[in-house]
Design a protein around this ligand. Sequence first.
Ligand code: SF4
Ligand code: SF4
Length: 408
Amino acid sequence: MAVPISQAWTVASYVMGQKLKGRKRYPLVLMLEPLFRCNLACEGCGKIQFPEHILKKRVSAEKALAAAEECGAPIVSIAGGEPLIHPEIEQIVDGLIKQGRYIYLCTNALLLERALKKFKPHKQLTFSVHMDGLKEEHDRSVSRDGTYDIAFKAIKQAVEMGFRVTTNTTLFNNADPDRVHGLFDELMKVGVESMMLSPGYPYEKAPEQDIFLESDRTKVLFKKILSGAKKEWLFNHSPNFLAFLKGEIDYNCTPWGNPTYNVFGWQKPCYLLADGYTKTFQQMMDTTDWPRYGKKGTDERCKDCMVHCGYEASAVDDSFSLPGAIRMFKASKNLRKKITFTAEEEALYTKMKDEAAAREAAGGGAHSCSSSSATTSGRDELMEQIAANRMTRSVPREEKVSADSNDR
Ligand code: SF4
Ligand code: SF4
């Protein structure tokens, strides 16, 4: 089992409770972003490039804990930015544990080894370490040499100290399944509890559009990666979500399953898009135009999105119905089987590999280092645009929340 029984039971009883209450839309994982500041500058990140006055802002421990209470989700993913930079991170973690929530503290692990002494191993606390590939791929992805080694050492130390450790890996269209398998082997060998996978979200204004995966390509890539998955590889996902990534099950997005609270307030509609903010969780739930989003919606930005923060909650919700439970049974049975690819899928995969090789030969390479001046200036421009969008998108006047409201 990829999570402790107590966690599985907490989540199962929570979901059953929501269903018994007849709630169609309920939160499962609160995405808490207590700051956007980070000590890395990954090319595929859509969170760090705010202007300095936004990067300085922090959600206080008091507000973070109040947001978790208000939302009520049994799981809290503390993201960012880099949460270990937050001056009140221990208070946030302690408070969430006291509230009975299970925490995934997402970190790039540069500060993890030093930070471990601030925390005590606890069944409700998991460090979720960002690992985008083996050394070469990871260091390039995060644009800093040596990062893989630091993260790997910190994971080892955390595991030895008795902490729960998982990893999160974002895959772009240059991912080589054999190398990804090598990463899985390394991570399981060092003792991580389980691994989380996600396709990179296609941010519409990202400087390097060709790094992102369209949904057909996502399905082929994940089929290649998960075909014949070893029994040692444990994934921090429901079997139905992994089947969704492989194109074996179709879901619509349930963005309310992973609501986001950050320095601006409650973000509409999801962790990835920022179409406005509200002061309260309930306002966000009541005023978001939900049918507009997801694959079945009309918003073009959702067209190719298959990200876990939109679809994992759909898969979990589905598994609590009889047909969904049958799908889950089948998905679990098929998880480790060798997949037979159609001629079209093989042709698409060959095309993807050829395109990745051509990009590499041209010196770009998907997800390349952000330290080149051309890329940096592109990203600065992008971030100004994103920041401007976040501050001014069409939010009804009464919903607009001052960015200063969460200042510490
Ligand atoms: S470590 Fe995470 S938050 Fe920091 S830049 Fe990379 S993706 Fe963004
Ligand atoms: S599909 Fe869902 S998670 Fe993805 S961008 Fe749209 S609303 Fe957000």
